[in-house]
Design a protein around this ligand. Sequence first.
Ligand code: CA
Length: 566
Amino acid sequence: MSDRRLFLVGLAGIIGLLLAGCSTAPAQPTTDDLAPAPALQPTPTLLPAPQATVTTGTGGLPWWNDRIFYEVFVRSFSDSDGDGIGDLQGLIDKLDYLNDGDPATGDDLGVTGIWLMPVAQSPSYHGYDVIDYRQIEADYGTNEDFKRLVEEAHRRGIAVIVDLVLNHTSSEHPWFLEASEAGSERENWYIWAGEPPFVNGPWGAPAWHKDGDRYYYGLFWEGMPDLNYRHGAVTEEMYDVAEFWLDEMGVDGFRLDAIQHLVEEGEVQANTPSTRAWLEGFYRLAHSTASDALLLGEVWTETGEVVKYIGDKVDVAFEFDLAGAILESVWRENRAAVQAAQQQVLDAYPQGQYAAFLTNHDQDRVMNQLRDDLEGARAAATLLLTNPGVPFVYYGEEVGMRGAKPDPRIRTPMQWDGSETAGFTAGTPWEKLDPSYETRNVAAQQGDPGSLLSHYRQLIRLRQEQPALRAGDMVLVDSDAQPVYAFLRFTGDEALLVVVNLSSEPVEEYALALGQGPLTSAVSAALLLGQGEVSAPTVNAQGGFEGYRPLPVLPPRSSTIVRLAP
Ligand code: CA
């Protein structure tokens, strides 16, 4: 980033905070009323925009664009001590499955980053309601275990990011217990009202909850009271928490939970200017503490709103629209949804600065959304792992685990083998296994080159080997057959054509066209993924092609990757 850009970013942030501070409303909500959009207190350590720039990788993109991430729910991944609950030692024991650190071996998955769902102390099974931000959940191990995990992961070339739950704490957090005493020093750490303002949450459930003779605001649930980021001491505390994880625990960044809801303005509960202003302060703090820290936002809304966060509030954020469109296109056997969403994403974001995924811990699993269509799951995996966004794989998707809501059922124990407890624990699993474990497991698919697991491995390896897949530009290719979705990923000297036949029938009648493209006059074609006799296109004067059929027949639900090289 140039100095001028840094200056402009800094200026924008300061103006944002000044604007947010222009209100004449009281600086803090009173206990009698929800003050209309009270001023955001200046953050206690509003830093200049970070001067150190992030380490770059292939194509000059940030380091995270060279990574493939895997989302781990520690409670469900692997249990080392037989209590039926997954733990950090269990995860350490399974790191070689994710990536053994040796590029010469081919039997590991090959991912280069993990995102851990919350690992701080929490009374719930999922951990999104924290009671101690600086202590590892006792079920999972100790702070020392966590540091050992980071060390072991780094040794294998795996980056580690953790969930940071900023929006709310547990109602059992000592801060909240103290705050619920009217007049206590911590009172303003949370949001109180004498009468409930009758504002429901975005999902229709009450957002205000009775506590004695008053109400507190908790957007998600009464057990999760929202922190009050209009109060400077809260900001200061959470800055300190972030520094603790970056400095003491050695993480490479955060997945920032539910951040569109950080600061409400009156009845507006999402994506307020105050929320964005607060995040600019947090972004500067995190990047001045660790210039390479990855800040990954969960902003669960449409692309046009998500993109407003990118670059000075978070580094990247999950692309929910694209995820939905990929699964819709696979389900409908029609490229329309993914093509439209992908083009919108390409137009909206700085190159590659979003996180691509299929599902996460809040959504029904791929196999359920695709009604158990394994071939469809393969096509979806191709679309994920050839995408310009930083890819995130939810644990177990690589073996086709099943799971549909309620939430604990989409977070069931990892399926390692076909034994009674699926190789997850020597005891009784904390949550009942999904019945799919008998066939959908790592051991059953490990040595089968035709398995879904092998398909994931192959694609991950291909992404690691091919700079164009990690950092190349993307241009969508026209196809005259609705189920055939095709695009080019290219760098200066390499172009890869990806063709996915979304149909469950073979497609013979199809032709690909690219009016204008990056190809040099004559190219040869080599098949990197797929089967058949591949042919090269005739390149037109504009570097594109027309009437191109790389394979005479595209098999049902097939993925084809062709290298087009001079
Ligand atoms: Ca355990």
